[in-house]
Write a protein of this length. Structure first.
Lengths: 916, 375
């Protein structure tokens, strides 16, 4: 190391913690350049954290990280080396966009690195040709197999000719043939670009055996470094896995006992626990399982070996009755599988791929709940739980929530839960993925005990070769088909190979058949093009920057098109709500139901009632007979108003004696009651005048008259008043929520990593993502205006261009608020909640929707004055109802224009360019 | 049968535990049934609260000064005095809802019995203030003019009087309405969120699949969620009605609380089923929330819990008879405000029961079909 080239990566005393958890603990390490370097160790030892620091994706907390000869804590260095590093994060295709096609994903990444159209075409063709993806350019990434996703991930990483390739567990869960092809590909690329360094994290020891240099890690520390042979020599072991266990600290090593499998007692060949014949599962035109057949004897450990997505889980689900088979039959203990058969379910225990117990229930509650749901007799529940606790070593964690337990213990708990009702058959779907080798071996010892001592039949799926080797018999599965089933040794012997892996690859090659043939290369192979040396200059930089904005804009637009729920909501959501609010929030009071309790029954008293009935505001209901009826009908809500005309009404009026008419108003809805009160009073006055005139009395016209001019809305109707106010409200709320989702979705799905490790800047990222939503919001605005004018018949009296300009500003603000909400939240739910609360409440309460801002006091007033929606509301009302234009509304435009840079600036500042 | 009931009971208890250990949800329940109710009830402004008013005083007399000083908080902001040319721009900018123009020689003409005109300009784009506000201003102005004039001449008394009384809420306090309707709306909202979220959480954690391999049927799973969520909402509503509505807000509840809770139970049967239905349509929490918003807002706004149903278009009214919220609002208003008994509100009960049955059946059908595909 000392005499070679300078290290590609150097870490000095680097520590990293997530809350209380220490991920990296004072690591000092120099990684040689130009080699194939492996980080080995089980999940959760800090491999991914180390790689994220090295690539600049994560913020350095403590210590010094130097990549490609510069300090990664400095922003300028990060920006300079970012185009020279390619980082492929953990998880198959986590940085890819599943709804986009292979071509679209590659185009997106190529644009981010500023390649021109012709150059993009050349690179994409040559990369996909060399990885065999060329025929699948149009296929959406979500529908690719694991191996293909991982190849595409590699293509995306290589699109800019990096000098350092960082791969975080690129082959986990991929079948061995695809894995072998993947490493061949890497070898070819390294041959083309000899200077390129590759750092790989892996959990597969057999893979690591072929690397140039290894770093063995455990609990955030480096155990040892060196060539694989050196590590094995150091520990005097023959395999790397054994070497790794030997390297572990004494305390850990002591927990480990080698797994010893007693042979299966020769039982009755016909005592069959599971039998499947021609089991087939289709989802649409996709065949997940294709005519799978196998037999599992009672007491046997039967393994299912295959890659992720080959149909293992689907087959298991069909056997448990979770999925009804499209074709074929299966028998459990001689009974056909029937999802409604509760009796058979009690004989089966199932443990699914992911940990799937109730995280909100304690370990004890989980065990008790499952025991009861499986109808263990109530008297035995406690004893049974105790038995499980003792057997699976859970005594110390009984009252702990499972979420707080380490993975290994959770796995034991899952097994305990699956065993609590003493099933005769256990179906375990990849129970050991993600568990370290020691915990895995312990888990196997428990299973072997169950199988041999209790004669429980165990059906287990795995993608680890060494686990499959431990099974009594096994099936190899690929692309939905069972390739062959037998004892592992017999399978190896049948193919004449040395190891199970080689045998499996042989089977796979046979299954893949002639698909290996390649089309001729369309262009020169990747890496031959001129890289790095690009012309510099301000104009070029701006053009590149616009290119990256366009890249994000284009990608976001495509994604939105392909998400039916979001797209529908974006397009029709606001229209639906406009209709609802237009019709629903009506202050008009019409067709009020009233009845008369006429105790006079004269022409005059009836005329009084008719006076009301003739108006459009009131509808008369059958008259009332007595107080009892009055009470009942008012209580039911049938009548909003009751008039009581006293006996002798006509006589007293004629005499000029004082009379009192009673009016009862239903006060349950105060707003309505106020209006009714106003109407009734007005009617009464009018009636009085008419009576006076009819009697020839001299009508005094009063002392003064008030002439009320209802301006802008002479009929005082709700619709023309509400619609111009609702449009800004909807233009704020929905775009803000949708935009908030856009950024946080990337955080949740993991593709935010592209912001961290590609040359795209924060403002380019945000603007690019915002643009499609602004355009959508504007389209929405136009639709809403159209509906307002044509369907609601609300006239637009002012200048439409003024409203249009304001709408553009306001849409940018609304989506900007969504971006702001998304920068401070981590989950989609939280982002939506924040965006909804942050826009709805202020807009409704403080922006002058119902009561003008000037009616507010204190902070509410200040907030109302500053909040952009208040100004948009003024403009919208001004243009719709008040016949105003630019000149009249200047005062409202300036605050809107000012809010744009403030909100966008805040969003950009708060967004992290590295993960924290 | 006993086995089914036991399963439903145990799965329901499990739901309650899950809920109890989810701090976000517990907070949400607590918040929506206490603080949110209180805030909604007290911040619904009285129709006239600090209404912005301006006066153009062209008379500058004792009477016009009296009128100016008659407007004061809390119903009106102290009036601003404007010059005549300022009126139109001020109205256009929306600074004032009301502008009163007192003409020159107003006092003289009043005393001379010439019945002069005062002009009241109302910004009718502000519906909520425009109507009641103008009536109130008329009353104030006429009151001042009458009182002023009475010192100089006698006025005739009207022979027929109209005695107006508001039943059920004599002072027409907005908070009575706002508070109770917020409880009613939150019952709908929360019951849908709780059941939907409970199902989506199970799906996201993969525990649905786990339940289905046990001797438990989808019907039992759904019933368990329905009863557990309904129970939580009913408890929260009861506490809220007693502590917040009766206690903190001091709103009298006329009718029988038990009858209201019985109605609520029927309503929850319908809404929890709807929550499950929506959760089977959505693939994730965010999608569920978006769907929920699109469904709940119309259900609430058009149910009559915000504005009177009779002023909505007839088509909307007819359509909304299919919605459970309409009937729930109807029965809550009848029972809580007007003290109605079962004899008067039996019809919304029947409607709710029928709607609930239909929704439950449809949701169960959909749930059974969707649940196997959820994993």
């Amino acid at each position: 190391m000392k005499d070679g080239p300078p290290p590609v990566l150097r870490l000095t005393e680097v520590s990293l913690r997530y809350g209380a958890v220490v991920a990296l603990d004072g690591i000092t390490l120099g990684v040689p350049a130009g080699r194939m370097v492996g980080l080995i160790g089980p999940d959760g030892v800090g491999k991914s954290s180390l790689l994220a620091l090295a690539s600049g994706a994560r913020v350095i907390q403590q210590g010094e990280v130097e990549t490609l000869g510069g300090n990664m804590a400095h922003r300028s260095h990060r920006e300079a080396v970012c185009p020279r590093i390619a980082y492929m994060p953990q998880g198959l295709g986590r940085n890819l966009y599943p709804t986009l096609s292979v071509e679209e994903n590659l185009q997106f990444f190529a644009r981010l690195f500023g390649h021109a159209t012709a150059e993009r075409r050349r690179r994409i063709d040559s990369l996909t040709w060399s990885t065999g993806l060329l025929p699948f350019l149009d296929r959406p990434v979500g529908k690719l197999s694991g191996g293909m996703k991982q190849k595409l991930g590699l293509c995306c990483a290589l699109i800019h000719d990096p000098d350092l390739l960082i791969l975080d567990e690129p082959t986990t869960g991929v079948d061995p043939l695809a894995r072998a092809q993947f490493w061949e590909l890497i070898a070819r690329i390294r041959a083309d670009r000899p200077g390129m360094s590759v750092i790989v994290a892996t959990a597969y020891m057999d893979e690591a055996q072929r690397f140039d240099w290894l770093v063995a890690m455990d609990e955030g520390r480096v155990l040892a470094t060196g060539h694989p042979d050196e590590l094995m020599a150091l520990t005097a072991t023959r395999t790397l896995e054994a070497a790794f266990i030997a390297l572990l600290p004494e305390a850990k090593r002591r927990q480990h006992q080698p797994v010893d499998i007693p042979p299966l007692a020769g039982g009755d060949e016909d005592d069959v626990a599971i039998e499947a014949r021609g089991l087939t599962m289709r989802f649409g035109d996709f065949t997940a399982v294709d005519r799978a057949s196998f037999r599992i004897r009672r007491g046997e450990i039967f393994g299912f070996l295959g890659s992720n997505g080959c149909g293992k889980s689907t087959t298991m689900k069909m056997l448990t009755g979770l999925l009804p088979a499209s074709e074929g039959e299966a028998w459990l203990f001689g009974q056909p599988v029937d999802p409604r058969d509760m009796a058979t379910r009690r004989r089966v225990g199932y443990m699914s791929q992911s940990f799937s117990l109730y995280g909100e229930l304690t370990v004890r509650q989980n065990l008790v709940l499952h025991a009861r749901l499986f109808h263990v007799p109530e008297a035995q529940v406690a004893a049974r739980v105790d038995e499980m606790v003792a057997r699976f070593g859970l005594a110390e964690v009984l009252d702990v929530l499972p979420e707080k337990l380490p993975l290994g213990i959770r796995q034991r708990l899952s097994l305990a839960v699956a065993m609590v009702h003493k099933p005769e058959l256990l179906i375990l779907d990849e129970p050991t993925s993600g568990v370290d080798p020691i915990a895995r071996d312990n888990f196997w010892r428990l299973m072997i005990e169950l199988a041999r001592r209790d004669r429980v039949t165990i059906f287990i799926s795995t993608h680890f070769m060494n686990e499959a080797e431990r099974c009594d018999r096994m099936s190899m599965m690929h692309a939905g088909r069972v390739l062959d089933s037998d004892r592992p040794a017999a399978l190896v012997a049948r193919r004449g190979k040395a190891t199970l892996e080689e045998a499996f690859i042989d089977y796979l090659r046979e299954a893949e058949g002639a698909r290996e043939e390649r089309a001729p290369a369309p262009h020169a192979v990747a890496g031959a093009g001129p890289a790095g040396a690009k012309p510099e200059g301000a104009g070029i930089r701006i053009r590149e920057s616009l290119g990256r904005i366009y890249s994000y804009f284009w990608r976001e637009g495509l994604e939105l098109q392909r998400d039916p729920v979001r797209a529908t909501l974006a397009l029709v959501g606001s229209l639906v709500l406009l209709f609802v609010m237009g019709f629903g929030i009506s202050m008009d009071v019409e067709n009020l139901r009233f009845a008369v309790l006429d105790r006079d029954q004269t022409v005059l008293s009836r005329a009084y009632g008719l006076n009301l009935a003739g108006s459009r505001y009131f509808t008369e209901r059958p008259p009332l007979a007595d107080y009892g009826e009055l009470d009942r009908r008012m209580r039911s809500g049938e009548l909003s108003l009751v008039l009581e005309i006293p006996p002798g009404f006509a006589r007293d009026v004629a005499r000029g004696a004082p009379v009192q008419i009673g009016a009862w108003i239903d006060g349950a809805m105060p707003q309505r009651a106020e209006t009714v009160k106003g109407y009734v009073q007005g009617m009464h006055q009018q009636w009085l005048l008419e009576q006076a005139r009819a009697r020839g009395m001299v009508v005094s016209s009063g002392l003064a008259r008030i002439e009320t001019r209802f301006r802008y809305n002479p009929d005082v109707r709700s619709l023309p008043a509400m619609v111009p106010a609702v449009i800004p409200l909807l233009l704020l709320m929905l775009p803000a929520m949708l935009t908030a989702l856009a950024v946080v979705r990337e955080k949740e799905l993991g593709s935010i990593i592209n912001l961290y490790v590609t040359p795209v800047t924060r403002s380019e990222f945000l603007l690019g993502k915002q643009l499609p939503y602004v355009l959508l919001a504007l389209l929405n605005f136009l639709l809403m205006c159209l509906v307002a004018v044509s369907i609601f018949g609300v006239p637009m009296t002012g200048s439409f261009p003024a409203l249009g300009v304001a709408a553009v500003l306001f849409c940018v603000i609304a989506t900007g608020m969504g971006l702001l909400a998304s920068t401070v939240t981590r989950s989609q739910t939280a982002a939506m909640f924040l965006a909804a609360i942050g826009t709805m409440i202020p807009a409704v309460q403080f922006a002058g929707l119902l009561n003008p801002v000037s009616s507010l006091d204190g902070t509410g007033r200040l907030f109302g004055e500053l909040y952009p929606a208040s100004h948009m509301l003024l403009i919208s009302r001004g243009v719709f109802s008040k016949a105003l234009g630019f000149a009249d509304l200047q005062g409202a435009f300036w605050p809107l224009a000012l809010a744009v840079p403030v909100i966008l600036g805040a969003a950009i500042l708060l967004l992290d360019k590295q993960e924290r | 049968m006993k086995r089914h009931l036991l399963n439903i009971y145990r799965l329901g208890v499990k739901e309650l535990w899950s809920l109890a250990r989810d701090p976000m949800m517990v907070f949400l329940i607590g918040w929506t049934f206490t603080v949110a109710i209180y805030v909604a009830a007290t911040t619904v402004p009285e129709t006239l609260h600090r209404a912005p008013v301006a006066i153009v005083d062209e008379d500058q007399s004792a009477l016009s000064a009296r009128i100016v000083s008659a407007f004061y908080p809390p119903r009106f902001n102290p009036p601003a005095l404007l010059a005549l040319p300022e009126v139109d721009p001020a109205m256009d900018e929306g600074r004032y809802t009301f502008i009163l123009d007192i003409p020159p020689n107003f006092q003289r003409d009043v005393l001379a019995g010439r019945a002069p005109r005062i002009q009241l300009n109302v910004d009718a784009t502000r519906m909520s203030q425009a109507f009641t506000g103008s009536a109130s201003i008329q009353q104030i102005v006429m009151g001042e003019v009458n009182e002023f004039a009475q010192r100089y001449r006698e006025n005739s008394v009207l022979p027929v009087d109209l005695a107006l009384r508001a039943r059920f809420n004599p002072a027409l306090e907005q908070s009575w309405f706002g508070g109770l309707m917020e409880v009613v709306n939150n019952i709908t909202l929360l019951s849908m969120i709780l059941t939907g979220a409970a199902l989506i959480r199970e799906r996201e954690h993969g525990t649905v699949e786990h339940l289905l391999v046990m001797p438990v049927t989808p019907t039992e799973i759904m019933f368990a969620k329905v009863w557990a969520c309904a129970l939580v909402v009913i408890l929260a509503a009861t506490v809220s009605l007693n502590l917040v509505i009766r206690g903190a807000l001091g709103v009298p509840i006329e009718g029988s609380l038990l009858l209201f809770l019985a109605g609520t139970t029927l309503h929850l049967f319908a809404t929890t089923s709807m929550g499950i239905f929506l959760a089977t349509l959505a693939r994730s929490m965010p999608q569920f929330s978006l769907l929920l918003m699109l469904i709940v807002m119309p259900l609430q706004i058009l149910s009559g819990s915000m504005t009177p149903r009779e002023s909505m278009p007839e088509g909307v009214q007819a359509l909304m008879t299919l919605a459970p919220t309409t009937h729930f609002t109807e029965l809550s208003q009848a029972i809580l405000y007007r003290g109605a008994g079962l004899d008067t509100v039996w019809s919304p009960f029947v409607y709710l029961f029928l709607i609930g049955c239909v929704l439950f059946t449809v949701s169960l059908f959909r749930f059974r079909r969707a649940i196997t595909r959820m994993t």
